[in-house]
Design a protein around this ligand. Structure first.
Ligand SMILES: [Fe+2]
Length: 153
């Protein structure tokens, strides 16, 4: 059975997780405002989480015969997560809303991964997408709570 679609969605995740780690790092550096002392180190935790997922996804892709993107250029060319130059003008809420948007996009990508791996009967890759989706949804809840909103999954 073909696993072309599974390879594609895994590699999409490689590009997006790489980019998103940079987006979180930017928030870590550029944030200014109330709760800096707790949110600045929180960004390190978020980055660690994203980088852990990245490594698992890339190594699964290799295991099933694929080749993960591995240059900054490839990540930038293939990611669907936007970036923009850093700005000290952004409020803390701007940064958190931007991260929320990225996590919501990744959640949709995981949902697609779950669908495609079902079609191609790759339940190990599916398990990876399910675990990542659970972790991302928990983070969406936490970011939403910080912003005084419901998670709205
Ligand atoms: Fe730092």
């Amino acid at each position: 059975m073909s696993n072309v679609k599974t390879q594609e969605v895994l590699n999409q995740a490689v590009a997006d997780l790489s980019q998103f780690s940079v987006v979180i790092h930017q928030a870590h550096w550029y944030m200014r405002g109330k709760s800096f002392l707790t949110l600045h180190p929180k960004m390190d935790e978020f980055m660690d989480g994203i980088n852990d997922h990245l490594d698992v996804v890339a190594e699964r892709l290799i295991t099933i015969g694929g080749s993960p993107y591995s240059t900054l250029k490839e990540f930038a060319e293939h990611t669907k997560i936007k970036d923009q130059p850093g700005s000290y003008e952004k409020t803390m809420d701007d940064h958190l809303n931007n991260l929320l948007e990225g996590y919501r996009y990744l959640r949709e990508l995981c949902a697609k991964g779950i669908e495609v791996t079902e079609e191609e009967n790759d339940h190990v890759s599916q398990d990876i997408f399910i675990g990542m989706k659970a972790d991302i949804e928990k983070t969406i809840w936490m970011l939403s709570a910080e912003l005084g909103k419901a998670p709205n999954l």
